[in-house]
Write a new protein. Structure first.
Length: 596
């Protein structure tokens, strides 16, 4: 492209100097107007309308020197193709031009003036371009400039196509859009188009090109654009290249993979390519493994570099990364379970003491335990909050007691002045319980009762040691009798050791003359035994107690008797003299209190 312009410019300069142009006798060669939009269409200098053109651009190299890119953009220029290397020399203005054009909002592409004569040389040229361009926001095609007669021009058309294909394929593999720059002559004579399937940027000046279907046309080398001193090539774009020029994509260049967002390589930045998040380091490469950013810690897949989320097993330890990718510490709720992550992010297992409270995390899954848990031969209760319980716990209608270390108590337990009995399952006993051949009664809270209790309509007496009493009971100067088998307090008649006793409605043993069922009985004041088959004097009156204990006045004809104990005569009166106490009431054979 440029070497033709240079020849023309040098020739003009020589001619001007030779003929004394400074005298003003001859006109100075300048760019001519034209190739602008008129009535909505671009046209040539002669007014020919170029209906196919959808945008105007330029191609620029070192020959244009310093460019005012803001002025260029304001002069209806949409894109620029920048020269990268010509005849083996890297364009010294390339870096400045690509930055200025991008900042001015132009689409930026690039081309290389090829000197390749083999596919390997073409690939080397492509690698040079890729390495040069990778750090810049290239948003337009990369062109292979096929016009050098001394090198590429010495090959056959098929060889030229082979060289072109090698270059374009390498560029395409890196994610750029390769095209071929050539004039009509090269396209018709020097390139085997049947073996070359890349889009064409055709060059023909001041006249319509012959090549039938280019994507772009270099229409002149003597154009005039604001912001550029002297001539400049003007190009017209025929096709919308947006589908061929994605702004966001991965590119592999020289064996290294980069990510471009809005055409710019991302460095020191998080990116999301639609499959997940990645962190691109200062070289534009994907970071891998552990990284710390803004006080947070992340883990990036060691193979792909993609940010991990959820559970991750690393060096035999589990970590959890939230939806934002940062490593969790402290309590975590996940999948309906709770976990605890240590300050280094590792999942905690076993007992954990936190803020003075203890929790148990399952040794394999790390899940926070709740409810009953058997650990090392001991049983513990973890509340719904996960906190290990101590002291009394009410659970599913039962009470339990946990030691200060959280272990569940079984057997006898004293708490303050109260005693409790907790079964093998740890549940506190309530009601009647037979232990070591003794009966105990535990109240609704599980504490052993003492004194009188009435759990089933019957009265029982519980000693200070919690044991149910049986037999004779002397309580506060009053005597009671408790069934030897059931412990029930006797009310009414009871025969004990061959003697009959009578117990009132309160259960207290009655003494003295007592009327029961319309009959009189005498119960010895000293021991409560019913007098039977005897005569005794009470308050100066003589009574006769028959064999059933029924007392009547002694007949007057009976010899006088001195007052005596009703035990003085143990002869049993005839059964017909008086009825015996109700045998159901007085029987000493009763079942235990645990069976009703």
């Amino acid at each position: 492209m440029r070497h033709k312009k240079v020849c023309r410019q040098l020739a003009a300069a020589v001619l001007c100097a030779f003929m004394g142009m400074t005298s003003g006798l001859y006109p100075v060669m300048t760019s001519q107007a034209g190739y602008e939009k008129v009535n909505g269409y671009y046209q040539m200098r002669d007014g020919t309308v170029i209906k196919e053109a959808i945008a105007r651009g330029i191609d620029v190299s070192r020959w244009q020197g310093n460019v005012n890119w803001q002025a260029v953009a304001a002069d209806d220029v949409s894109f620029v193709m920048l020269g990268a290397r010509s005849r083996g020399v890297t364009d010294p203005y390339f870096h400045t031009n690509v930055q200025g054009a991008t900042e001015a909002g132009l689409k930026v592409g690039a081309y290389i003036y090829s000197l390749a004569t083999t596919p390997d040389m073409a690939r080397d040229e492509a690698d040079f371009m890729l390495n040069l361009l990778k750090d810049y926001p290239i948003s337009f095609p990369i062109a292979f400039d096929a016009e050098d007669n001394a090198t590429l021009g010495t090959l056959s058309p098929s060889q030229v196509s082979e060289v072109i294909n090698a270059f374009c394929k390498r560029v395409e593999e890196a994610g750029y859009y390769p095209i071929v720059y050539a004039n009509d002559y090269w396209l018709s004579k020097k390139i085997d188009l049947s073996a070359m399937n890349y889009d064409v940027w055709v060059a023909r000046y001041e006249a319509k090109h012959v090549y039938p279907d280019p994507i772009m046309w270099q229409v002149t080398s003597t154009g005039s654009i604001d912001g550029i001193n002297g001539n400049v090539d003007i190009d017209f774009l025929y096709k919308d290249l947006t589908p061929k020029l994605p702004g966001n994509m991965w590119r592999t260049i020289g064996g290294r993979t980069y990510y471009y967002q809005n055409y710019s390589m991302q460095k020191n930045a998080w990116i999301n390519d639609g499959t997940g998040w990645f962190y691109m380091n200062e070289e534009g490469l994907t970071a891998k493994g552990w990284i710390d950013k803004s006080g947070l810690r992340y883990y990036l897949n060691e193979t792909s570099g993609r940010m991990d989320t959820g559970w991750k097993l690393l060096d035999g330890k589990w970590y959890f990364f939230n939806a934002g990718g940062s490593m969790n510490t402290g309590w975590l709720s996940e999948g309906g379970q709770k976990y605890y992550l240590n300050s280094d992010g590792t999942m905690a297992t076993g007992w954990q003491g936190l803020n003075g409270q203890y929790y148990y995390l399952d040794s394999s899954s790390g899940q926070m335990a709740t409810g009953w848990k058997d650990i090392n031969g001991k049983r513990y209760f973890l509340q719904d909050s996960g906190v290990m319980a101590t002291g009394w716990v009410d659970h599913n209608g039962s009470r339990y007691y946990l030691n200060n270390d959280g272990s569940m108590v079984t057997g006898w337990h004293s708490d303050g002045a109260s005693r409790y009995y907790l079964g093998e399952n740890g549940a506190v006993s309530t009601g009647w319980k037979q232990l070591d051949n003794n009966w105990y009664f535990f109240n609704a809270n599980g504490a052993t009762a003492s004194g009188w209790v009435n759990p089933d309509g019957n009265w029982y007496y519980i000693g200070t040691d919690g044991k149910m009493q049986s037999g004779w009971l002397d309580e506060r100067g009053t005597k009671y009798y408790l069934s030897n088998s059931s412990g029930k307090m006797t009310v009414g008649w009871r025969q004990v050791d061959g003697s009959w006793y009578y117990f009132g409605g309160s259960g207290a043993m009655v003494t003295g003359m007592t009327q029961v069922g319309g009959q009189q009985y005498y119960l010895n004041p000293s021991d409560g035994k019913m007098a039977v088959s005897t005569v005794f004097t009470l308050n100066g009156i003589s009574y006769t107690a028959d064999s059933n204990g029924i007392c009547t006045l002694t007949p007057e004809s009976a010899p006088a008797q001195t007052e005596q104990s009703p035990q003085g005569d143990q002869n049993t009166p005839a059964a017909t003299d008086s009825p015996a106490p109700d045998s159901n009431t007085n029987s000493t054979k009763e079942i235990g209190p645990g069976i009703r």
